[in-house]
Each structure stands twice: as C-alpha cells, then as structure tokens.
Design a protein around this ligand. Structure first.
Ligand code: FES
Ligand code: FES
Length: 164
C-alpha cells in the first residue's frame, strides 16, 4: 500500500481502494467496492461464506489483509458470470435448486468453480472433500453436490462447443 491506496484487479477491472489499516480483503470488496457476493459469516476463516478467487485459487477473504493482495487478480461471484449469461457453476446451482437461505452459496459456487477449473470431471467423493470446509447451516449438502455435478456437465459441454 502507498498513500494512494491499494491497487487490485477485481473482476477484470483495475481499481485502487483506500482499505485502511488492517482492512481485510472482504471489507474492501464489500465496503469499498460494493461487491456483496462474498458474505461475512464467521470472520475467522472457518465457514467459507466469504470465498473469492485470488489468481484463480479459492481463498477466504475475511482473513486476508487487503494489503497482501495488492497487484493480484481477484474474482468474486459477480465476476464469474452475469445475470444474462450465468457461469455454468451458477447455472448448475439454479438447475439443482440448491439453495434454502442461500447464505453459503457464494462460497460453495466459488469453491466449485475453482475445483472444476482444475478437474473437469470430479467424483462425488472429490466434490464432497473439496466442499467439506464450507458450512451450510440449512443442510442442503445433497443438493449442492448435485449442483456441482450438473455444473461439471455444463462446463464440459461449453468447452466441447468452444473446441468445435
Ligand atoms: S466469513 Fe470467511 S470463512 Fe467465514
Ligand atoms: S442454504 Fe442456507 S446456509 Fe446453505
């Protein structure tokens, strides 16, 4: 950080935020940039509600000092797709109707997006293991696993079409 603030790339746009001493990445995203996809759950790195991608890797924004990610590329739920063109993972969650209150879904979707970017056809056991650190107090785990499996199919179809 310098006197002018912290420079980041967020959802493919360059920006500079003030952040403030000790501000977390989650605070900067929600308070300075108005990106409310990442949620504040525990604030301790233990629930996954705040998950974002930092250079494509899933990370818990509530425990990352904003200064630590200066110059890095951040993707939030808002940057995955748009209301008119959902990302396949977002579409998978819609198709599977995998929400009750929806509070955990940001983290579930971002974790799934990171997983499927690395592994296009994960087993159910692999999906469960990957999402095991993300808490859902509504207990929609079965639907969430279905959503990720659906998302994997949609992503593979999208890639196949892109390769034609
Ligand atoms: S709010 Fe970040 S892990 Fe719970
Ligand atoms: S749907 Fe409510 S916390 Fe997961």
């Amino acid at each position: 950080m310098n006197a002018a603030g912290i420079s980041l790339t967020v959802n493919r746009c360059s920006c500079t935020v003030l952040g403030g001493t000790g501000a977390t990445l989650l605070q900067v995203l929600r308070n300075d940039l108005g990106l409310n996809g990442p949620k504040y759950g525990c604030g301790l790195g233990q629930c996954g509600a705040c998950t974002v991608l930092v250079d494509g890797v899933a990370a818990r924004a509530c425990v990352i000092p904003a200064q630590e990610v200066a110059g890095r590329s951040i993707t939030t739920l808002e940057g995955l797709g748009s209301p008119h063109a959902l990302h396949p993972v977002q579409q998978g969650f819609v198709d599977a109707q995998a929400a009750q209150c929806g509070y955990c879904l940001n983290g579930m979707v971002m974790m799934a997006a990171a997983l499927l970017a690395r592994e296009p056809d994960p087993s159910e056991a692999r999906i469960r293991a990957e999402l095991s650190g993300n808490l859902c107090r509504c207990g929609t785990h079965v639907e969430i696993v279905c959503a990720v499996r659906r998302a994997a199919v949609l992503l593979r179809e999208q890639r196949a079409e892109g390769g034609r």
